[in-house]
Design a protein around this ligand. Sequence first.
Ligand code: NDP
Length: 331
Amino acid sequence: NRVVRLVKRPAPGLVTPDCFEIRDEPLPEPGEGEFRVRISHVSLDPAMRGWVNDGKSYVPPVGLGDVMRSFSAGIVEASRHPDFQEGEAVVGLFGVQTHALSDGKGVQRADTSIAPLQSWIGGLGMPGLTAYFGLLRVAEAKEGDTVVVSAASGAVGSIVGQIAKIKGCRAVGIAGGPAKCRALIEEDGFDAAVDYKAGNLAADLAAACPDGIDVNFENVGGEILDAVLARMNPFGRIAVCGLISAYNATTPQPGPANLRFLLTQRLRMQGFIVFDFIRENPIALADLSQWVSQGRLKFREDVREGGVDAFPQVLNLLYTGENFGKLSLKV
Ligand code: NDP
């Protein structure tokens, strides 16, 4: 078993490879009520930057010496569990390693007749559920709304835009660079795209949202959130999903300079974590799967080679914008 363990808490900034120890360990043998998974894909998620920090959050930090936490997908290769048979495709918090033991808690079966296994850590996994619940439950997007989403070409953002279109909204994506912005319109069906790196964020956003903004799905924070706040319509809703621009900050980040619009436009701004809606996962998965089957929802996947050894380097692509779609490692 090839295993990535966290051995040091990172200093502020991008995580450095010396925070992890990557080594060979004996293959774990399942005991009674357990099964072993041969992992095929490890999900890389922006939240991992928070999981390796000590401190208060929505989940405890990864412990020093522990296998790095991750959602992973794979195939059951040995089982002494009554409900999981050899050969079944499964997804769970199996960690960054080639093989994992599980007692089945929190493990989900992946129906590969709907989408390939790696999509079950992407569009049909945590990122897809995040897009679904954030847009429809937290921000309560409805037909006719103008919906803006940041980090729009990524795992969550691309799905937010596509669901917004399915629900009859105007979808506007904010992303870095012309290639990503072109893909938003040509591949994902967004109505407009704004390149925040082009230097005219406020004016370009105004042009893309001539009727203002009703719903903001916030993935980035910082200057992007500030620009969006200034265009929000009265009684608009902001779902705070992520604040990736601050995850590697080395100095404290100032709050939004345009917070006053929360007051003057009577906005509602709510943070959420995808796990808040876990009881509704079956409903969301039924909708997402149906849209996939109907060809109305597509997943952009960025699958990297290099196995678990490449984990520290590949993780940082998320924070430099070098990934294009749901980032995962092929194991
Ligand atoms: P993505 O696939 O969107 O990858 C991250 C993208 O963020 C990059 O490609 C980059 O796109 C953009 N980005 C990175 N740094 C910056 C920056 N400084 N300024 C602007 N954009 C930046 O990741 P995910 O879809 O997995 O995650 C998107 C967001 O959703 C994250 O904030 C994440 O933490 C959050 N999240 C929250 C969950 C919840 O339960 N609340 C669950 C899952 C995700 P570009 O090239 O366009 O800059």
